[in-house]
Design a protein around this ligand. Sequence first.
Ligand SMILES: Cc1cc2nc3c(=O)[nH]c(=O)nc-3n(C[C@H](O)[C@H](O)[C@H](O)COP(=O)(O)OP(=O)(O)OC[C@H]3O[C@@H](n4cnc5c(N)ncnc54)[C@H](O)[C@@H]3O)c2cc1C
Length: 477
Amino acid sequence: MELLWVRDDLRLVDNPALNALLSLKSKDSVAIYIYDSRKFEQSMLAPANKVFLHHRLIKYQKELKEKYNLDLIMFEGDAFKVLSQFIKSNKVDNVFWNRRYFPPLVEEDAKIKKHLIMSSIHCESFNANLLIEPWNGLKDDGKPYLVYSAYFKKAYKKLDYSLTKMKNFMFDRKTKISGHQNKIDLLPKRQWHKTLHASWSADALSTTKKLRKFLKNDVLSYNAKRDRPDLDGTSSMSPYLRFGVISPKMILTELEKVHSKNRWMSDPNLAQYVKELYWREFACQLMYYFPYTVSKPLRPKYKKFPWKPHKQSLRAWQKGLTGYPIVDAGMRQLWATGWMHNRVRMIVASFLIKHLMQPWWKGAEWFAETLVDADIASNSLGWQWVAGSGADAAPYFRIFNPITQGQKFDVTGAYVKKWVPELANLPLKYLHAPWEAPKSVLDECEVILGKDYPEPVVDHPQARVKALNAYSKIKNN
Ligand SMILES: Cc1cc2nc3c(=O)[nH]c(=O)nc-3n(C[C@H](O)[C@H](O)[C@H](O)COP(=O)(O)OP(=O)(O)OC[C@H]3O[C@@H](n4cnc5c(N)ncnc54)[C@H](O)[C@@H]3O)c2cc1C
């Protein structure tokens, strides 16, 4: 029999491994998903994105059955053991999968491939989820890029977004398989996951609809809107890209249907959107070559940063109770929907690292647990970028001012009012710095600082000076 090993590629379209299975036209085929809860898998599958995965697996199982009569069966356990046992119990001739890039997983795949080849089983892997695989976007000297703009220049020259042309075939499995499950329960015990699920459809069709709507209307005002958390100005494709419900090649193919490729780099909005997609590729390359950046700074001198770990500060940040409205709005949006606007991700990360002096990896861990799009490469890149310790990172002296950032990007105050409703009646003038409001205004709006909404956990000007001092000590090392 023939086997498709399903991983982060939960789609019917532009799926080369699935297409390889279809091309064989062997009726006796099956698709398997293995949920492996070991440590390195946990680092990518955490409560929030497991909620998304749970619902997507159910939909994908149905989609595969309806379109190709292909069964998607599930196992739990060590992938090597599960697969070895599977091929021992069933006569398997071919195994297909799409590649992953996080080094511990790459090692696992290599080990499995070797085992399959030694057992005389044909096995083939493909690129399904990237525009350019890490080893194809290196500098001329064979080293990975550490500067995004140079990386983009090289990678974009090699752009090929042709889609896999999917074959059609109806499978009809005869071999009986034992020991598997039809469903894996990845939902957490707490009811919190219901609001996450309500925010993200796991359906492939609605993903395409969402993308088309963005590409038709919003992409042309992307630059004006992409930094505005109060507007719906970005594509919201991140969870779908994370689990391969959609591929970046599919996004570009859809883009070309509405905006010709000749315009992509000449129109600033289109150029910016395409470049954002390449940040994901850049993150993947960095993680592939520098896997230690999950928890350690890319630039070693930052190991000496004088962090001040403090549980209460971290907790106030996690709960959205820092007393800085834009930070609290972001953290509450994250908790409720499993997603946070990119501008706000930068603001809250900067606040945790620079105002509260908490280790960036503590913030990254919280994001990994609560984001539906949690992705080990993009998350580590984002945090190290803000901390100043990563590739092409923000300069150490860039300390986001949570008050002016709020005023500049949440211009109407709608974002803060939505997520921090206790401040909804405050005049816009004080919304991003409620402690500056005169007592009479606070009284009129029925806000008691320290009771209805926290006083600021740190004083911004003092925190800024402290962070600058700490950074300047290590910057010349
Ligand atoms: C501290 C921090 C942590 C982050 N953690 C993650 C994460 O775990 N997973 C994740 O997918 N993104 C992460 N990002 C990047 C970015 O915030 C999200 O990709 C983006 O907000 C997703 O929304 P969107 O799909 O509407 O983006 P759009 O603006 O529509 O962009 C389209 C796509 O481009 C990619 N992209 C855009 N910006 C970035 C970026 N800075 N880095 C990498 N890819 C990018 C994403 O795949 C995104 O879906 C993080 C950023 C920061 C600052």
